[in-house]
Design a protein around this ligand. Structure first.
Ligand SMILES: [Zn+2]
Length: 290
C-alpha cells in the first residue's frame, strides 16, 4: 500500500510539473510572424491578397469579378469578413470587377486609389458603392510610406502627383505601383504600368530598387518589364497574373525570355493556379495550386 502511495505521489508531482511547464510555455510563446502574399487565380486579370503578420487583410485589385469571391473564401476563414485596406491600381475591368464584388460581401475599412476618370459601368458602380458605404477613400497624390507594423511597410512609388478627375490616355500608366517591405524582403507590385514609367520610377528619393518578388507588370505583356527595368529590380521570383488562352496574347514570350535571362523563377497563374508566397522576413516559401 505504501509503495502504491509513493508511486501516486510521484505521478501527481510529474503531472503538476508538466502542466506548469506547458502553462508557462503557452504564456510566453509567440507564433512566428509571417507575411503571406496570395496571387489569386482570377483568370485574365490581377488580384493579390496580403495577410500581414499583424492580422491585416489587404487586397490589391480583384480580377474581373468572376472568380474573386471563391478565391478569397479559400484563403480567409468564413467568419473573417473584414478587409482592412483595398487598393485599386487602375480602373480597368480586369482589376476592378472583383473589387465591386468584395464591397458587396466584406467590410472594407479604407481604400487607396488614384481617382482617374473612367466611365465604365463597373467603375461607376464601384465609386457609388464606396460612397454609399462611406468608406474612407485616399487619393494617392505623392510618393508615400504606409506603416503597417514593426518592420512592415508599404511604399507607394506611383503616381507621384494627384491624378484625381484627370482623363488619362493610357490608364495602364496611371497604375498605383507599390512595394511591400517586410524586414529584409521586398515585394514589388507593378499593376499594369508599362515601360514608359521606368525613368520616372527610377528617380527621386523613393525610387525603384531591387526586389525579391515581382508581380510582373501588365500580365507579362511586351510593353512592360524591359531590360532596363529588370536591371534595376533584379527579381529572384516573378509572378505573372494571367488567364489561360487570353485574347491579348499575354504573357509575351519576349518578356518571359527577359525574366529567364535574369535567372528569375517564374510563376504564372494560368499554369500554376494560385501562387502563395510566405515570408518570415528573411526567407520565402512558395506554394502553388498546381
Ligand atoms: Zn490588366
Amino acid at each position: 500500500m505504501i509503495f502504491n502511495k509513493q508511486i501516486a505521489v510521484i505521478f501527481l508531482t510529474i503531472a503538476v510539473a508538466a502542466s506548469l511547464t506547458l502553462a508557462v510555455f503557452l504564456y510566453f510563446y509567440q507564433p512566428p510572424r509571417r507575411l503571406t502574399v496570395n496571387f489569386l487565380d482570377v483568370g485574365q486579370g490581377d488580384g493579390s491578397f496580403i495577410q500581414t503578420p499583424f492580422g491585416q487583410n489587404i487586397i490589391i485589385d480583384g480580377g474581373d469579378g468572376q472568380k474573386i469571391l471563391p478565391e478569397l473564401g479559400r484563403v480567409l476563414p468564413f467568419y473573417d469578413r473584414t478587409i482592412d485596406l483595398m487598393i485599386l491600381t487602375h480602373p480597368h475591368e480586369d482589376h476592378i470587377g472583383g473589387l465591386v464584388k468584395i464591397l458587396g460581401r466584406y467590410r472594407v475599412q479604407k481604400i487607396l486609389a488614384t481617382g482617374v476618370v473612367h466611365n465604365t459601368p463597373t467603375y461607376l458602380a464601384w465609386l457609388e458603392a464606396v460612397k454609399r458605404k462611406n468608406i474612407p477613400l485616399v487619393i494617392i497624390d505623392r510618393r508615400q510610406e504606409i506603416n503597417l507594423g514593426p518592420d512592415l511597410k508599404m511604399e507607394i512609388l506611383w503616381p507621384q502627383a494627384s491624378l484625381l478627375n484627370q482623363e488619362i490616355d493610357n490608364l495602364n500608366d496611371s497604375s498605383i505601383v507599390l512595394e511591400l517591405i517586410y524586414q529584409e524582403q521586398k515585394f514589388l507590385f507593378m499593376g499594369d504600368a508599362e515601360n514608359v514609367l521606368t525613368p520616372g520610377l527610377s528617380q527621386g528619393e523613393r525610387r525603384l530598387s531591387e526586389a525579391d518578388v515581382l508581380k510582373v507588370a501588365h500580365h507579362g505583356s511586351d510593353d512592360a518589364t524591359s531590360e532596363e527595368f529588370l536591371q534595376i529590380v533584379k527579381p529572384k521570383t516573378a509572378v505573372i497574373s494571367v488567364g489561360k488562352d487570353n485574347a491579348f496574347g499575354h504573357p509575351s514570350l519576349r518578356a518571359i525570355k527577359r525574366l529567364e535571362k535574369l535567372g528569375a523563377k517564374i510563376y504564372r497563374t494560368d499554369n500554376n493556379g494560385w501562387v502563395k508566397i510566405i515570408s518570415d522576413g528573411a526567407n520565402l516559401s512558395i506554394e502553388t495550386a498546381k
